[in-house]
Write a protein that binds this ligand. Structure first.
Ligand SMILES: [Zn+2]
Ligand SMILES: [Zn+2]
Length: 280
């Protein structure tokens, strides 16, 4: 199923196993309907949706690339790293993600305590319910605040309380880029820095390149033409892989469902697979 001309892939998607709205089956059905040849499932800190997506992919002849999206911290900025083809069935991989998800739960608990102190009480049980099988994140906290009437909108929750400068903001487990990259490498995968234009600072990108990242996500709905050209050039200069994806969460963001926004030619996935073989 590889090497087709005129075939497209999307290497960045989320399911209900993180903060997406699609089940793995719905996601694969949707990309199949849109005519994609392959997708990567890249949930935040979770590999639990991959097997279900792969089973559906076999039925619908969609190649499903196992992936994950992890967070690391550089000088207070949260940077996302995509990991592809890591050996996700290994117990140590599953344990590692379980530990990260546990720390995300504890972080949400701290946010709830702080919000109560600030006079905007919100239910921790409801936050957990909203996250379901997925990793708890700030969008779930914001949703619970909205439901509780503590804020009038999701954006108000971020602006007044849980945004980076907000009084109830707590950082995630502070892993370094090197820790995240080594973890994925040690488990047979390749790493790509996600949506670099969203960090507002290319210095951070060079820190991640120095830590040994394998590629740059060049194409992303939040990248304009100029950033695409810049990241292509940086990738070429540093002999890094180039990837792209819609970062689809299933819902609408900026009025669109992102799925179908990025149609990456299959050759980029081929190159990624070749790099993987060279490493092995
Ligand atoms: Zn991300
Ligand atoms: Zn993402």
């Amino acid at each position: 199923m590889s090497g087709q001309h005129n075939s497209f892939v999307d290497l960045h998607t989320h399911t209900i196993f993180s903060d997406g709205l699609f089940t793995p089956e719905e996601l694969v059905a949707e990309v199949s309907r849109l005519g994609f040849t392959a997708i990567a499932v890249t949930d935040h800190d979770s590999v639990d949706g991959i097997d279900r997506a792969r089973a559906e992919g076999r039925k619908r002849r969609v190649e499903v690339v196992p992936g994950v999206e992890m967070s690391c911290n550089v000088n207070g900025t949260d940077i996302h790293i995509l990991g592809y083809y890591l050996d996700y069935h290994q117990e140590r991989v599953q344990d590692f993600f379980a530990r990260i998800r546990q720390s995300r739960l504890e972080r949400a608990e701290r946010m709830v305590a702080k919000l109560t102190e600030l006079g905007a009480p919100v239910s921790f049980a409801r936050i957990k319910e909203l996250a379901g099988a997925g990793a708890v994140g700030r969008p779930h906290v914001a949703q619970a605040m909205l439901e509780a009437g503590a804020v009038a909108s999701i954006s108000e929750a971020f602006e007044r309380y849980i945004g980076y400068d907000g009084p109830a903001y707590f950082p995630k487990l502070p892993l370094t880029p090197l820790e995240v990259i080594s973890f994925i490498h040690d488990n047979g995968g390749l790493t790509v820095i996600a949506h670099p234009a969203t960090y507002g600072n290319d210095e951070l990108l060079y820190t991640v390149i120095a830590a040994g990242v394998d590629g740059i996500e060049v194409w992303h709905p939040e990248h304009n033409e100029r950033s695409v050209a810049r990241y292509q050039e940086i990738a070429e200069k540093n002999r890094l892989l180039m990837t792209g994806g819609s970062d689809c969460h299933g819902g609408r963001k900026l009025g669109r469902v992102y799925l179908g926004d990025i149609c990456l030619p299959y050759k980029y996935l081929m190159t990624l697979k070749q790099r993987l073989r060279v490493n092995q």
